[in-house]
Design a protein around this ligand. Structure first.
Ligand SMILES: Nc1nc2c(c(=O)[nH]1)N[C@@H](CN(C=O)c1ccc(C(=O)N[C@@H](CCC(=O)O)C(=O)O)cc1)CN2
Length: 293
C-alpha cells in the first residue's frame, strides 16, 4: 500500500509555481493577483482563506482579502464581486463557501467574471470542462488529477466509483475521470444518497472517490483488495484523547481500509493541500490569459 502524500506533492508543485512567477516578474510582467471574499466568521473557512492568502505570499502572488459581516445582503455582496470583476489589477476571484443561508451561492458564482473564475465553479467553466475545452477546472478535482499525475497512476479503463454528486467535487470528478485525456478514460459510476446498493457498487470499484461528507462512511467491507481510494472528506469529530478535544477524519475508515489498498490518500495531508494547488495553478493561468488577451 502506498500513501498519496498531498503535502509533499503540493510542496513540489508550489516550488514549480514559485519559479514560474519569478520568471514572469523577471520578464517585466506583474505578479498574479488573487482576490478572496470571506463572509462571516466560520473558523474552518477562516483557516482555509488564511491558508490561501499565505500560499499567495509564499509563491510571490499578490492577494487581497475582503471580509464582510454575516449581515451583508446578497445585493451588496454581488456589488463587491462586480467591483472585483472591473478591477484590472485582479486576475482571480474566489468567494469562500459556504455562504450564509440568505445569500444564493449560485447567484454569487454566476456573477464572477468567467475569465477570473479561478475556483472553476462558474457555469461557463463547468460547461467548458464537460465539453473538454481548456478552462478553469474546479480546484479540488483539479488537485486530485495533479496528484494522480504526480504518482503516474493510470486510471484508463478502470472502474471508478464516485460517491457524492456535489457541484464542486462529485459531479466534476465523475466527468474528469471519464474524459478522453490523461488522467481520465476511466469507466465511471456516480453514486449518491439514493443509490440502492452502494456496497455492491464500491466492491466493483478499482478506484473509489469518497466525497459524501460523512465521517468514516466507507468501511473495509466496501472496498476490494488493490483498490485506489481518494478521500475528499474533511470531518471534525470529537476525540477526548486529543488536547484539542477533536480531530479530523475523512469519509473513509482509513485505519481499516488502508491495508486493502494499492494507494490511498490520508486525511489530513491528502486531497486538502492539493485543492490549494489547483487554485494557485488556475490563478497563474488566469493572469497569463489576461496578459495575453
Ligand atoms: N470557494 C471555495 N470554497 C470552498 C472550497 C473551494 O475549493 N473553494 N473547498 C472547501 C474548503 N477548502 C478550500 O476552500 C479547503 C478545505 C481543506 C483544505 C485542507 O488543506 N485541509 C487540510 C486540513 C485542514 C484542517 O486542519 O482543518 C488537509 O486536508 O490536510 C484546503 C482547502 C469548501 N469551500
Amino acid at each position: 500500500m502506498q500513501i498519496l502524500d498531498g503535502l509533499a506533492v503540493s510542496a513540489h508543485i508550489k516550488e514549480q509555481l514559485k519559479q514560474e512567477v519569478s520568471d514572469l516578474k523577471a520578464n517585466g510582467r506583474k505578479a498574479p493577483h488573487l482576490a478572496a471574499i470571506l463572509v462571516g466568521n466560520n473558523p474552518a473557512s477562516e483557516a482555509y482563506v488564511g491558508n490561501k492568502v499565505k500560499t499567495c505570499e509564499e509563491l510571490g502572488f499578490d492577494s487581497t482579502l475582503l471580509r464582510f459581516e454575516t449581515s451583508i445582503t446578497e445585493e451588496e455582496l454581488l456589488n463587491e464581486v462586480k467591483k472585483l470583476n472591473e478591477n484590472e489589477s485582479v486576475d482571480g476571484i474566489l468567494v469562500q463557501l459556504p455562504l450564509p443561508k440568505h445569500i444564493s451561492e449560485n447567484a454569487v458564482i454566476d456573477t464572477i467574471a468567467p475569465e477570473k473564475d479561478v475556483d472553476g465553479f462558474h457555469p461557463i467553466s463547468q460547461g467548458k470542462m464537460v465539453l473538454g475545452q481548456p478552462g478553469f477546472l474546479p480546484a479540488t478535482p483539479y488537485g486530485i488529477l495533479l496528484m494522480l499525475e504526480h504518482y503516474n497512476i493510470d486510471v484508463t479503463g478502470k472502474h471508478c466509483v464516485v460517491i457524492g454528486r456535489s457541484n464542486i467535487v462529485g459531479t466534476p470528478m465523475s466527468i474528469l475521470m471519464s474524459r478522453n485525456a490523461n488522467p481520465g478514460n476511466a469507466t465511471v459510476t456516480m453514486c449518491h444518497s439514493k443509490t440502492k446498493d452502494l456496497k455492491a457498487m464500491t466492491l466493483q470499484a478499482d478506484v473509489i472517490v469518497a466525497a459524501i461528507g460523512r465521517p468514516r462512511f466507507v468501511t473495509a467491507d466496501m472496498v476490494k483488495e488493490g483498490a485506489i481510494v481518494i478521500d475528499v472528506g474533511i470531518n471534525r469529530i470529537d476525540d477526548a484523547t486529543r488536547k484539542s478535544g477533536s480531530r479530523l477524519v475523512g469519509d473513509v475508515d482509513y485505519d481499516n481500509v488502508a491495508p486493502k489498498c494499492a494507494y490511498i490518500t490520508p486525511v489530513p495531508k491528502g486531497v486538502g493541500p492539493m485543492t490549494i494547488c489547483g487554485l494557485m495553478k488556475n490563478t497563474l493561468l488566469a493572469a497569463k490569459n489576461r496578459s495575453n488577451a
